[in-house]
Design a protein around this ligand. Structure first.
Ligand SMILES: Cc1cc2nc3c(=O)[nH]c(=O)nc-3n(C[C@H](O)[C@H](O)[C@H](O)COP(=O)(O)O)c2cc1C
Length: 317
């Protein structure tokens, strides 16, 4: 079974990936948050994206860069740069539900116009120097859009399909339509991965019991709330307070080195997920909420780790 970290913009960048692997053991794959905008043909990646992709910052990890674009030439150019850096796969984002992205016909916005999507996908799969995997939602508004979309993917020569079985209009609400993941497993000629609401070992076991052909599960929020979740799925021990603190301290140190005082805002985003590792997430939230300066933040983190108890079974909710 392959277990990977979902891409999460603003959270799962290179520092997070490195520290996660160091403290909890490496996952099978780490998908980068979407890279956008892509460089013009002939130009290098921006400074920020170069740092994210620099092999030196991703050493020893199996990292798959994710691109967000609807421009085939820029995709091919970026895939060439990635191939030169040593990457072995590139992932296309067809899932981002944000209004501004969708309005530009990127992310899940590309699911609105299937003839255009097919032309784009056939072009990039035909010309990309790297195998192209796709992370998709099942449509814009309704489940019944998916039959046609899946048939399209089956014609395009993609390397793997990651299915997050929600429509764009769901954002992250409601239950994932796992039966459409099941349909993908039955029909697809390429490897399939599942993504969506795997928050506990039970969620994972229920998925695999219902769909025993499952071979790859990609986990986002579940791993933020419980960074030991993949280890538990593999039969290892549950999260301890000591290792969560070690993870926190290393992540904070890494952000502080990279961005100084802005590390506090990055860390508070992480806490909005990590608070669910604790028995009383709202108490953790209250302690963290008003911190702005580094000294306030550090005092709040110390208080949480010395007074708050971990949940018996941490779970994002
Ligand atoms: C804050 C945030 C940022 C995200 N950024 C990305 C992204 O850059 N690329 C992407 O494909 N999905 C992104 N996602 C979606 C996740 O990768 C994933 O599909 C979603 O959270 C469902 O999986 P989960 O229930 O395991 O979290 C993001 C989700 C959140 C909440």
């Amino acid at each position: 079974m392959l277990l990977s970290l979902a891409p999460m913009e603003g959270i799962t960048g290179y520092a997070f990936r490195r520290v996660h692997a160091e403290v909890f053991g490496a996952l099978d794959r780490y998908y980068t948050p979407f890279i956008s905008p892509l460089p013009k043909v002939g130009a290098p990646f921006s400074k920020r994206n170069s740092r994210e992709l620099d092999p030196a910052n991703n050493q020893g990890l199996n990292v798959v860069p994710q691109l967000l674009t609807n421009d085939a030439d820029r995709f091919i150019w970026a895939a060439g740069l990635l191939a030169d850096m040593g990457y072995r796969e590139v992932n296309l984002n067809l899932g981002c539900p944000s209004g501004t992205v969708v309005a530009k016909e990127k992310g899940s916005g590309l699911l609105r116009n299937l003839p255009r999507l097919e032309a784009f996908l056939a072009d990039v799969c035909g010309r990309s120097p790297l195998p192209v995997s796709v992370k998709t939602r099942i449509g814009i508004a309704n489940d019944d859009e998916y039959d046609e979309l899946l048939a399209l993917f089956c014609r395009c020569g993609i390397a793997e399909l990651i299915v997050h079985p929600r429509v764009q209009k769901d954002f992250y609400d409601g239950a994932p339509r796992q039966e459409l993941y099941g349909k993908t497993l039955e029909r697809a000629p390429f490897p399939v991965a599942y993504n969506g609401d795997t928050f506990t070992l039970d969620d994972f076991n229920t998925l695999v019991a219902a769909y025993p052909q499952t071979r790859h599960v990609i986990i986002g929020r579940g791993l933020l709330a419980n960074p030991a979740l993949a280890r538990e799925i593999r039969g290892g021990g549950g999260l301890t307070c000591e290792e969560l603190k070690r993870f926190h301290d290393k992540l904070y140190e890494s952000y502080a080195n990279d961005m100084g005082g802005n590390a506090v805002f990055r860390m508070k985003e992480w806490w909005s997920y990590a608070e669910h590792a604790f028995a009383d997430p709202s108490s953790v939230h209250r302690i963290m909420r008003k911190t702005r300066q580094t000294d306030e933040y550090e005092a709040a983190a110390r208080k949480i780790f010395s007074t708050e108890k971990l949940a018996g079974s941490p779970r994002f909710s």
